[in-house]
Ligand binder design. Structure first.
Ligand code: HEC
Ligand code: HEC
Length: 171
């Protein structure tokens, strides 16, 4: 009796997990999607901040603000001197201008309490780039470098365009 009930719970939670990974936009509505780690809609505002566009695109794609929640951006902007092993410091006025832009336009669908510093560690990112879509060895191709290099496969990444129809995976 007990074990049957337990089995049912296990099966039910697997089904629920499967559905929550599968279901993207609209199916279950906002909160539960990707365990609350969902990117914003839109991912980038029509009017972007020029300082952000210039300074945050110096080493990689200027990552669209809606890819992370506000708490992630605040943490990231407070640690620019130790930015993933490099010094990406800015003047206090530039930093606060960029910070406001990122926080104001952060993901509006992120309900989890999590605040990853990497987009590539978020649940929505992992679900969209699972093993089936991008195999482990693909990430390491010289033309791709790593998952953080969005523009390698999404030509419009700088403009926040991640449309699945424009994806080109370099060989
Ligand atoms: C001096 C070079 C440099 C500048 C300028 C720079 N970054 Fe970075 N950034 C890096 C490096 C290096 C990484 C780590 C890449 C890797 O994983 O190898 C990184 C990673 C990131 C990541 C995590 C990407 C992931 O893996 O999901 C975010 C978010 C990020 N940067 C935001 C910013 C923002 C916002 C700015 C502007 C304020 C900025 N960066 C400016 C060098 C830079
Ligand atoms: C190796 C190539 C590659 C890299 C690098 C890459 N992606 Fe993707 N991306 C894909 C593929 C493949 C899909 C799956 C498209 C599908 O669902 O049919 C995808 C899907 C997406 C989607 C969902 C698109 C949609 O319409 O559902 C978003 C958003 C996205 N990627 C953002 C990013 C961001 C942000 C980065 C960098 C931090 C990144 N990607 C790096 C290949 C890549």
């Amino acid at each position: 009796m007990k074990t049957t009930a337990l089995k049912l719970i296990v099966v039910a939670s697997f089904v629920a997990f499967g559905l929550s990974v599968q279901a993207d936009d609209g199916f279950f509505g906002g909160g539960d999607k990707y365990n609350g780690e969902a990117r914003g809609k839109p991912v980038i505002p029509v009017q972007v901040n020029a300082t952000w566009q210039q300074e945050c695109a110096a080493c990689h794609t200027a990552f669209a603000p809606g890819l992370l929640p506000a708490a992630s951006w605040t943490q990231l902007m407070n640690g620019l001197d130790k930015h993933f092993g490099v010094d990406a410091s800015l003047s206090p006025s530039q930093a606060s201008e960029i910070s406001s832009f990122l926080v104001k336009n952060a993901s509006n669908r992120w309900s989890a309490k999590t605040a990853p510093l990497r987009i590539t560690e978020s649940a929505w990112f992992k679900a969209k780039h699972n093993e089936r879509e991008v195999g482990a060895t693909v990430w390491r191709r010289p033309a791709i470098k790593g998952p953080w290099n969005c523009g390698a496969c999404h030509p419009g990444a700088d403009k926040g365009d991640f449309n699945e129809h424009s994806i080109r995976i370099p060989k």
